[in-house]
Design a protein around this ligand. Structure first.
Ligand code: GLU
Length: 507
């Protein structure tokens, strides 16, 4: 029954978020797979905003979705900010189109008006249920009733219609009899018996179109060839396929798109990753210093893989290799540790200059550098970056590591735990004192000289292991146990400030 995409048609896919709430990583994963599919096939990636729920839509949510997609580099070919031949791309601006589609569906008898109230629908369901139970109790074979609407208004007599006059109504799609099936691009053959899929409402009682009408209408008019979306929408697919048949009958389209349902993303405790899980919020990755290459690389692994033994790859490589048939239908587990590890690997592929320029906004935001950055800060930053670029896992860590260089001396403080463990012990104090004495005597303040002096004073003369020897010095001058390499840190900080910090750590 389903006439699929004509062979040879150019691929057109879409992402169609509803701008409610903070964007979810699952949404970015869906966008990514659609984008990669479009790019792989040289097709078109459409971005449509499903903003018909006026009470729940927010401008803030829309702005953050757009910002995130831009940050990820998931650029769209049609949609907000870029336009296109099938606009408008905001459902809130397409009311006339939905009204027109609906009128044609009603005219053609594909949809009908239903006057039942929710209470009536429910009461009839309870009656069917009671009849079923009674039949079973009496030992008769009986089929459990389908929940929801029973098709009561499918063929009303003139008399019944008259009796309903003045009642509010909703249009419902007349579901065909039999089964509806499709060959899912991810899950293979799927079919539903339509007796289990009640005739469904296409608008609210006040006439506002529902998702059930707007989403397929737009997919049809925007000539979407492949619908790749989350598994949570799988149960709406039989209804949409039935609607597509009606669309063909009223001349809205002449083909049905192919469907592929991407696996669920699971969080802790094997539950679907939900808005309550902090790792679900996509913006947090940007704000916490992940790089888009890292996040996208990780998200691409939620249901897909480039090769059995490879985790790290670029989006260009993903585009080249992406085949929707390789997506694994089983639920994918979101693992923040793995996401972090992949982000780190992607950071290692960036040049020092690239990390520096990407870290700058964070350094200003976190108050490590002035805004605008002063020439002397800029100079020090460029000298220091080669020592940290290879050590940071996220862009925010640059500030954690380099803060000691830029902080005003009056504000410099040691990490409380690190100080207690490494500096305020007898051994720590002895080490800091010896380091201070040795460095005070230095003629030339360079990493090489500092290295020699400290090796000599702490390792050779005091007989300490290097790890034990340098820990207290590191905490005293950089404030923390984790820092850029010690001798270079001291050189960058300068003689005067380094010695003052060692002295201060002795009190
Ligand atoms: N607006 C719908 C959502 O965000 C789109 C569903 C679809 O992709 O068909 O869930």
């Amino acid at each position: 029954m389903v006439s699929t995409v004509p062979t040879g048609s150019a691929v057109r896919v879409r992402m169609a978020p509803s701008p409610t709430g903070s964007p979810h990583v699952g949404m970015i994963r869906t966008a990514l797979f659609n984008w990669a599919f479009a790019r792989h096939h040289g097709g078109t990636f459409v971005f449509r905003i499903e903003d018909t729920d006026l009470e729940r839509n927010t401008q803030e949510s829309l702005d953050s979705i757009i910002e995130l997609l831009r940050w990820c580099g998931l650029n769209w070919d049609e949609g907000p900010e870029v336009g296109g031949d099938y606009g408008p791309y905001f459902q809130s601006q397409r009311s006339d189109i939905y009204a027109d589609t609906l009128a044609k569906l009603l005219d053609g008898g594909h949809a009908y008006r239903c006057y039942c109230t929710a209470t009536e629908v429910d009461a009839r369901f309870k009656e069917r249920q009671a009849a079923y139970k009674a039949a079973k109790a009496a030992g008769e074979t009986a089929i459990p009733p389908v929940m929801g609407y029973d098709g009561f208004c499918r063929s009303l007599t003139d008399e019944q219609l008259k009796a309903f006059e003045g009642r509010p109504s909703v249009p419902r799609l007349r579901m065909p009899e039999g089964t509806i099936g499709w060959n899912d691009l991810v899950r293979g053959e799927i079919s539903f018996a339509t007796k289990d899929v009640p005739d469904y409402a296409l608008t609210r009682a006040n006439g506002d179109p529902l998702y059930t009408l707007t989403n397929p209408t737009d997919d049809a008019l925007m000539k979407i060839t492949h619908v790749l979306r989350g598994e949570d929408l799988l149960s709406s697919t039989p209804r949409q396929l039935a609607l597509y048949e009606a669309f063909k009958a009223i001349g809205l389209t002449d083909f049905t798109p192919e469907f592929g349902h991407l696996p669920y993303v699971m969080g802790e405790g094997n539950k679907k990753l939900s808005k309550r899980d902090p790792e679900a919020h996509a913006l947090a990755y940007r704000d916490n210093g992940y790089i888009p290459e890292g996040l996208l690389n990780y998200l691409s692994l939620l249901g897909w893989s480039i090769a059995a033994d490879r985790d790290i790859f670029s989006m260009e490589e993903m585009v080249e290799k992406f085949d929707i048939k390789d997506v694994n239908p089983n639920p994918a587990r979101f693992d923040l540790k793995k996401c972090d590890a992949i982000n780190t690997s992607q950071m290692r592929l960036l040049s020092v200059e690239e990390i520096t320029s990407r870290a700058l906004p964070f350094l200003k935001r976190d108050g490590v550098l002035s805004d605008p950055v002063t020439p002397s800060e800029q100079q020090l930053l460029e000298l220091a970056m080669p020592f940290v670029a290879e050590r940071v896992n996220k862009l925010t860590e640059v500030g954690d590591m380099l803060g000691f260089l830029f902080v005003a001396d009056a504000d410099f403080a040691l990490d409380v735990d690190d100080r207690a463990k490494l500096v305020d012990t007898d051994e720590g104090q002895a080490v800091v004192q010896a380091a201070s004495d040795a460095l005070m005597r230095l003629q030339i303040w360079s990493a090489a000289e500092i290295n020699d002096a400290l090796q000599n004073a702490l390792v050779e003369e005091m007989g300490l292991k290097p790890r034990v020897a340098f820990g207290p010095v590191r905490v005293a001058v950089t404030g923390r146990r984790i820092s850029p390499p010690l001798f270079e840190s001291l050189e960058l900080l300068g003689r005067e400030r380094s010695l003052a910090r060692l002295q201060a750590a002795l009190s």
